[in-house]
Design a protein around this ligand. Structure first.
Ligand code: WTA
Length: 635
């Protein structure tokens, strides 16, 4: 039992050693003792990073919703499973108990079945942060349909690309969503997206903002009347351990988004186990993760991890700034939140507002603070620690990825001494290493390299939907027999890890991974644009922001440049979503290129960062003269 809940540092080291010396028996013990299986596995693990192929708990049968809901009914039926905090605080919170969740998920599952959804079918969920989002995710899992949640801030083009990539036949959405004082016409975005999605037969629409929307005859149906008619009992589909549970898209450095595929048993075991330990969750704690379920953080640590532990998980519809910048602290105070998990970009935005808005509220319920999504800078770390945690709630700076499914490197609160900007030690079962550019492992401490993982863990993504070769090329081809994360990291004198940032062309803006290629593609669609290159530069709230270097077709383009900037950002917003808008746009005569025609982003990045002391030898470029011009006109 003790392996399931680590309580002090010595125990961490003991359990860690056990977990890496004999991973199979370690994870088998965790799986045996803490989950509900319809049939146990024949084999704990088989793997081959060359193929690559990873299988955990092969032969086992289960349904993840029986683990997240059914098995809690006897002991926690009247306990709140989901605590919904609406955008407008005056609307009042809604407590959904485990019993109610059970009924609502079953009703939803029956509706999906009536609409012809079967095991293995893909369902796209484009729903704001309302209870229907979590419920639809669980309803898919109940019947073995593969959910593909698309963040409801993405544009219609981004949505249709994702729907088509995984051939979704049904889309779940809402009439609209609230975002602070604004409303967003979600259904309109879906209608636009579906103009280019022939495979979608059905759209189920939840009512949230009561807007006047158009419903397409034969395709669109209001959800609530169907739910009202449906039975609240639905037998769980019995799944194989390695059956896909969901697809979640993440940006790559090139090309279209990657549909990461997560499977059932390993994902369940790892997210539940990490939730319990990384947050030191105890029965009756109140847990809140501020992420959106549209991202992996929401999948693993709003829905599956907390519910698998029978926890109460807060689902917050709104934004940190509405009705004012004290909203997060108001919610912590009102519901007596014990574990609070957010992103550095939110912390930086709130830190700008002054401490009065924090001090107004009683935050004494907080026991653990979390950070995720991007490196947390020292200043933000201290602000969080001093003003929110009052120097008594440890901050877990947790590093992980959509691809890893769960937290990989993190302090365990009250166990691992924290250090600002350090994600510290590998989680139980995780074997990180640092590699140099020539593929040699950097041993010992005080080294700096590329972060890889040597051995599979239960929740590693198994493939990219429809493109296994790309999965292999992206993650398993850079270094032999290793999973390559795409991040750089250093290991300090005591073995703590600090993540230093992406080593590829992914830029993290406000915690969102943005690939440069799709943004450049959108910009290049503008008729006046010849070519473009995007880089990241430091931003005090967003962490990084986007800097675009754009060459126009007609260099003497006489049009007003500010209008052109607006048009380009509008195009990006339409094609990808507002999160990808450029902070700065510099029009250039040319872009620095190698002789083989590759744009030298390294140089552009340095110029955008205003660090031109070390540009390297630019004389070998195809067009060295443009560098000076770019430097002279930098914004
Ligand atoms: C970055 C989010 C530094 C990293 C769970 C990673 C971090 C990418 C941290 C994955 C952290 C995430 N410190 N960097 N604590 N957490 N990252 O897929 O570059 O949205 O590769 O998953 O975010 O982002 P994703």
């Amino acid at each position: 039992m003790s392996n399931y809940h680590i309580k002090h540092l010595e125990e961490y080291y003991q359990v860690y050693r056990k977990s890496v010396r004999n991973p199979e028996s370690f994870w088998e013990e965790i799986a045996e003792e803490h989950f509900l299986w319809r049939k146990k596995w024949d084999n704990v693990l088989s793997w081959d990073f060359k193929k690559p192929e990873v299988k955990w708990f092969e032969g086992a049968k289960l349904n993840i919703t029986e683990n997240c809901i059914d098995r809690h009914l006897a002991t926690r039926g009247d306990k709140t499973a989901i605590l919904f905090e609406p955008n407008d605080p005056n609307e009042g919170a809604e407590h959904i108990t485990y019993k109610q969740l059970y009924h609502r998920v079953n009703q939803f599952a029956n509706v999906l079945k009536e609409q012809g959804v079967k095991k293995g079918d893909r369902v796209c969920i484009y729903v704001p942060m309302i209870p229907e989002l979590a419920i639809s995710v669980l309803a898919c899992a109940r019947i073995g349909a593969i959910h593909s949640v698309v963040f409801a801030g993405f544009s219609s083009t981004a949505l249709s690309t994702r729907i088509n990539d995984s051939d979704c036949k049904l889309v779940i959405t809402a009439d609209g969503s609230y975002r602070g004082s604004k409303t967003i016409d979600l259904k309109g975005i879906v209608d636009e997206a579906l103009e280019s999605c022939n495979g979608v037969e059905t759209v189920l629409v939840a009512k949230r903002i009561n807007s006047n929307i158009s419903m397409k005859e034969g395709r669109d149906t209001w959800l609530q009347p169907l739910l009202d008619e449906a039975s609240n009992q639905c037998k769980a589909e019995i799944m194989d351990a390695e059956d896909p549970l969901f697809i979640l898209y993440t940006s790559g450095s090139t090309g279209k988004p990657k549909g990461m595929v997560h499977t059932t048993a390993g994902y369940m075991v790892y997210t539940a186990y990490t939730f319990k330990n990384a947050f030191q969750y105890k029965e009756n704690d109140l847990y809140w993760c501020t992420a959106d379920i549209g991202w992996i953080t929401g999948h693993s640590y709003i829905v599956y991890g907390p519910l698998a532990n029978g926890a109460t998980t807060v689902l917050f519809e709104g934004v940190p700034s509405y009705p004012d910048f004290g909203r997060f602290w108001d919610i912590v105070d009102k519901h007596k939140v014990n574990q609070f998990y957010t992103a550095p970009t939110a912390i930086r935005a709130l830190a700008k507002q002054g401490v009065e808005l924090v001090e107004k509220y009683d935050l004494s319920s907080l026991k653990v603070l979390g950070s995720v999504g991007e490196p947390i800078n020292e200043e933000a770390w201290h602000w969080y620690n001093d003003n929110v945690g009052k120097n008594k709630s440890p901050i877990i700076d947790s590093w992980w990825q959509t691809e890893t499914g769960g937290i990989m490197i993190t302090p365990i609160p009250y166990v691992t001494p924290t250090k600002p900007t350090y994600a510290t030690l590998p989680f139980i079962g995780i074997q990180p290493c640092l590699m140099d550019e020539n593929g040699v492992e950097l041993k010992g401490n005080q080294v700096d390299g590329r972060l890889c993982i040597k051995f599979p863990w239960p929740s590693i993504a198994r493939t990219i939907w429809g493109n296994h070769q790309r999965y292999k090329d992206t993650y398993f081809s850079t270094y032999e027999n290793m999973y390559f994360t795409g991040d750089g990291a250093l290991r300090d004198e005591v073995g703590y890890y600090r993540i230093t940032g992406r080593v590829d062309d992914v830029i993290i803006v406000s915690g969102h991974n943005l690939g440069t290629a799709p943004i450049e593609d959108a910009i290049n669609e503008h008729p006046a644009v010849a070519e473009s290159a995007i880089v990241g530069f430091p931003h005090d709230v967003k962490g990084s922001a986007l800097y675009g270097y754009i060459t126009l077709k007609d260099v003497g383009e006489s049009r007003n440049h500010d209008n052109l900037r607006k048009e380009i950002n509008q195009l990006i917003s339409d094609r990808i979503g507002p999160i990808s808008k450029l902070e700065k746009i510099q029009f250039t005569q040319g872009l620095p290129k190698t002789r083989s025609g590759k744009i030298m982003r390294r140089i552009l990045r340095k110029i955008a960062e205003k660090d031109t002391s070390n540009l390297g030898d630019t004389s070998t470029l195809l067009n060295p003269e443009c560098v000076q011009d770019i430097m002279d006109n930098v914004l």
